[in-house]
Ligand binder design. Structure first.
Ligand code: PEP
Length: 251
């Protein structure tokens, strides 16, 4: 059976004190050990959040990005090795905000996936179409291309470590959520593309998260979809009560 995951992407929010307070509140209200909770704070808070969560059951840590090189003269950047040494197990790669505001393309993201795996980090690889893509009915093609160029160069054993987050760009931070029909439709499509490339066994084990204005009110029906294994949560992960109630949305 596939794991159930709720990952909170804090983005560029929270001071250290506020972040640690949020973690305390999440721990206090967290009673669903059947769900893996992943917390993704800013780089600078990774070690402190990891330290706080290291004895808590069912919690792991993600960074929100990494550089594509192992190390070197890249002022201001953070490597996968540094992230792992700070206590994280995961790294989000290819979030739409990275693609849009920082010009990250599939080729660069494929390099980031590789360096993450080399450093024993599990990539949470984000993909998804824009509003224009969906209106033009090219959303499946767009996601297929992101899969092909971003992930499908991996060996089967490397691919099987990766988590995929489907995040329609038009649903991120907008309050507009994909319908269950749209979310399940795309997740089913992704799983069938993985099946075509890597076969049935790997495709049935691939973890697929939904992201895009997922909250306490809509999580239950999204998580009930056959091919949705959990959520990547932005805004709603910044409040402990909301995050925990999303976690508790799993039946
Ligand atoms: C995200 O940025 O990964 C995300 C899903 O954001 P939100 O939940 O705020 O739409």
């Amino acid at each position: 059976m596939r794991k159930k995951i709720v990952a909170g992407n804090w983005k560029m929010n929270k001071s250290l004190a506020d972040g640690l307070l949020l973690v305390d509140e999440i721990i206090r209200g967290s009673h669903n050990n059947s769900v893996l909770k992943i917390i993704a704070p800013a780089f600078i808070h990774l070690a402190a959040v990891a330290e706080k969560l290291k004895k808590e059951e069912g919690f792991e840590i993600a960074a929100q990005n990494c550089h594509q090189s192992q190390n070197g003269a890249f002022t201001g950047e953070v490597s996968a090795e540094m992230i792992a040494s700070a206590g994280a197990q995961y790294v989000i790669i290819g979030h739409s905000e990275r693609r849009i505001y920082f010009g990250e393309n599939n080729g660069l993201l494929a390099q980031k996936v590789n360096i993450a795996l080399t450093n024993n980090l599990i990539p949470i690889f984000c993909l998804g179409e824009s509003r224009e893509d969906r209106n033009a009915n090219v959303h499946l093609e767009k996601v297929k291309q992101q899969l092909k160029e971003g992930l499908f160069n991996l060996s089967p054993s490397d691919f099987s470590k990766v988590i995929i987050a489907y995040e329609p760009v038009w649903a991120i931070g907008t309050g507009v959520t994909a319908t269950t029909h749209q979310a399940q439709g795309m997740h089913h499509f992704i799983r069938s593309e993985v099946n075509r490339k890597y076969g049935k066994d790997i495709s049935e084990e691939t973890l697929l998260l939904y992201g895009g204005s997922c909250n306490a009110d809509n999580a239950k029906e999204l998580f009930a979809c056959l091919d949705v294994d959990g959520g990547l949560i932005g805004g709603a992960s910044l409040k402990a009560a909301e995050f925990n109630s999303i976690v508790n949305s799993f039946g």
